[in-house]
Design a protein around this ligand. Structure first.
Ligand code: R5P
Length: 290
């Protein structure tokens, strides 16, 4: 066992990342062809960025606000997303097979909001993921949580299965209610996920030190949108995250709970792919909303 008496927090996160060997995603140039091809269906090869539309919330929340009818709320948004993050149930029942998007398939689940959320198991077989032509598999990791080891085991099992099939794994760092959401915590959670095999990691943006989270993580990071806030604020967070090294956003509630979801998704695309500032993106949102 490693010596725990001298755990020193890292301090040097500076400098540009050297990498890539021609592939557009950090840390992924050594992966097999099929895995890189699938990643290229999630992240646009033109700029290495992604706007993922997340609507997998029903796997533990049921029909939450904005997702009561996936056919009405989500289908109109599909053309504007780079990738869709959803369950296999939503995919088979609601999403047309000719949608042309990278599918990031929710692959863990079990407990509902009525129970201990960290008690997840793997919830999709690799055979079914292949059958669904998944571009990536998403699994929750609860670093520091009650079921930390179990959730990491879920992830490493999925990575083993995914590597064999050429399907990348997205580790979703889930934060328990009593955990501090700071850069130190997210450096720990994202780095553990990458070191143990995730091809990309989803985490939350933090105001102080987010650039150390992205620089210390050897694979791309996408940020979760989090709870619904004013559109301008959500666009500001997306902008800051991209400026500080994120490779995209995986946004749900701040899109589908907006009064103008299509306009919001366009504005988010403007930030992620076109370098719009938050003010420019909000102007775009307002123009499209009217
Ligand atoms: C949560 O674990 C789910 O994976 C959601 O897809 C994720 O939190 C992103 O959605 P939101 O932007 O609503 O936070």
């Amino acid at each position: 066992m490693a010596d725990l008496d001298d755990l020193r927090e890292g301090t040097d996160y500076s400098g540009a990342t050297t990498t890539e060997n021609g592939f557009h995603l950090k840390g992924q140039s050594g992966q097999d062809w099929g895995l890189r091809a699938r990643l290229s269906r999630v992240f646009d090869p033109a700029d290495g960025k992604t706007v993922m539309l997340a609507f997998d919330h029903g796997y533990f929340q049921g029909p939450t606000s904005g997702l009561e009818r996936l056919d009405r709320s989500i289908l109109p948004l599909v053309p504007q997303a780079d990738a869709l993050m959803c369950t296999r149930g939503a995919l088979r029942t609601t999403i047309p097979a000719d949608n042309g998007k990278g599918i990031v398939l929710r692959a863990s689940g079990g407990p509902s909001v009525l129970k201990e959320l960290s008690d997840e198991e793997l919830a999709v077989s690799i055979d079914d993921a292949v059958r669904l032509d998944a571009a990536a598999l998403a699994v929750q990791v609860f670093v520091g949580g009650e079921n930390e080891t179990k959730s990491i085991k879920n992830m490493t099992t999925l990575v083993d299965q995914g590597q064999a099939a050429g399907i990348p794994v997205l580790a979703v760092t889930a934060v328990g209610r009593d955990m501090v959401r700071d850069a130190r915590y997210f450096r720990l959670a994202t780095r553990i996920s990458a070191e143990l095999g995730a091809s990309f990691v989803k985490t939350y943006y933090v105001e102080d030190g987010f650039e150390t989270v992205t620089s210390a993580c050897p694979v791309p990071i996408v940020i979760a949108g989090g709870k619904k806030v004013e559109e301008k604020e959500a666009l500001r967070v997306a902008y800051r995250a991209i400026q500080e090294g994120a490779a995209g956003v995986d946004m749900g509630r701040n899109v589908f709970q907006s009064e103008h979801p299509a306009a919001m998704l366009s504005a988010v695309r403007g930030v992620v792919h076109d370098g719009l500032t938050p003010d420019e993106a909000f102007d775009l949102f307002e123009t499209l909303s009217h």
